[in-house]
Design a protein around this ligand. Structure first.
Ligand code: DP6
Length: 368
């Protein structure tokens, strides 16, 4: 049997309108639409090796491949997956493997049928940022693993690339599959902006935004106490949950309008309101919980003075203590100095908008 090694890479994404609350938790169908910016170098790399021995394995080791754009001294970490985390990932590998024959049929990709049935898959993954810290590591991991495993049973690279390059619908279908592993991962297949509603995630038309830069003020890298999957359930006990879906629908429509008229000030206001609303849901659940650390509050207090300025940054938090700041790329240097000056005690990560998941390397018979 021919051995094949595929390296897939997928970025994380940061939502301005949040996916929080599911209407179907088996399929990860969200209660409301969400909208995110796809990142670039904050990503997961998944190395998928197909070989003779059956079964799926995840190894807590770094992949052999290392991205060329990794900053010197930049983080490059094999995630410390718990047993249940491994289990969830490997179940997802099976889900993708099961979907492969129909997928290949639909997109005219040649299936190595014998391999599909019997080959073993070995996975090694690495992140360029600390996991479980409010930078969506499950989004980038599930997207990278979905892409790597989906490609692994093609007879050769050419057959896969023809479909991947020529048929954009393939990305959308893979995004749907990935969503079942972790919801927000469906927004990591395209970029730079992705709208997700129900089963579908896609780049909205007519946006007139400049290129954006992204910073994370790394307040803490300790694993979070409440996973986002748990948070999706707990927030429904908050009195603020009532009418949340209607409020988000209105906010999303306003945000899309602001993005179509390049109104960064309006975007900043809407993202600010959304961040406070999601964290208020956490803070008012029947058993309240928080992701905030003292540094988070310090940062929110700092940014509250900026939100009413003429050219404010877009500030948001995921389910974690770390603060994401998105600015027009032309103001990146200015904001880098400002943030370094203001947040001397914290590391600041830097990234840019990106285009979504891709295959980085493909080798057959172990030859790179
Ligand atoms: C706060 O996608 O991690 O980051 O579908 O259970 O895996 P599961 O949840 P997940 O939720 C992410 C929630 C969020 C907001 C967002 O990214 O939209």
């Amino acid at each position: 049997m021919r051995e094949q090694r595929i390296v897939a890479r997928a970025p994380s994404n940061i939502a301005l309108i949040k996916y929080m609350g599911k209407s179907d938790s088996t399929l990860n169908i969200p209660e409301n639409p969400s909208l995110s910016m796809t990142l670039s170098s904050l990503c997961t790399v998944a190395e998928v090796e197909r070989s003779g021995a059956g079964g799926n394995y995840w190894f807590p080791e770094l992949p052999r491949f290392r991205p060329k754009d990794l900053a010197p001294g930049g983080l490059w970490i094999s995630p410390d997956l718990s047993l249940s985390g491994r289990d969830k990932l490997l179940r997802h590998v099976d889900r993708v493997r099961d979907a492969v024959p129909a997928l290949y049929d639909q997109f005219g990709i040649e299936l190595d049928r014998e391999t599909w049935r019997s080959a073993g898959l070995s996975l090694r993954t690495a992140n360029t940022f600390p996991a479980s810290s409010g930078i969506a590591s499950s989004a980038s991991s599930f997207a990278a693993v979905t892409l790597g495993v989906a490609a692994a049973f093609a007879t050769d690279e050419r057959s896969w690339s023809r479909a991947w390059q020529g048929l954009p619908e393939l990305r959308r279908i893979l995004a749907q599959l990935s969503r079942r592993g972790s919801g927000s991962s469906c927004r990591s297949f395209e970029g730079p902006w992705v709208y997700w509603e129900g089963e579908k995630a896609f780049v909205p038309h007519g946006l007139r935004l400049p290129e954006m830069a992204h910073f994370v003020i790394l307040i803490s890298t300790s694993p979070k106490q409440v996973s986002s999957s748990e948070a999706h359930l707990k927030i429904k006990s908050s009195p603020l949950w009532e009418k949340r879906v209607e409020r988000v629908a209105a906010r999303t429509a306003q945000l899309l309008e602001a993005m179509r008229s390049a109104d960064l000030r309006k975007m900043s206001h809407l993202a600010w309101a959304e961040l406070w609303e999601m964290h208020s849901l956490f803070h008012t659940a029947s058993a309240p919980f928080t992701y905030w650390e003292p540094g988070t509050l310090q940062a929110l207090q700092f940014f509250s003075q900026w939100i009413d300025q003429s050219s404010p940054p877009i500030v948001t938090l995921d389910a974690g203590p770390n603060v994401h700041v998105i600015v027009d790329r032309s103001e990146k240097d200015l904001w880098r100095s400002r943030l370094k000056e203001q947040f001397k005690d914290f590391q600041i990560l830097e990234d840019a908008q990106g285009q979504g998941a891709k295959i980085e390397e493909w080798s057959t018979n172990g030859v790179g």
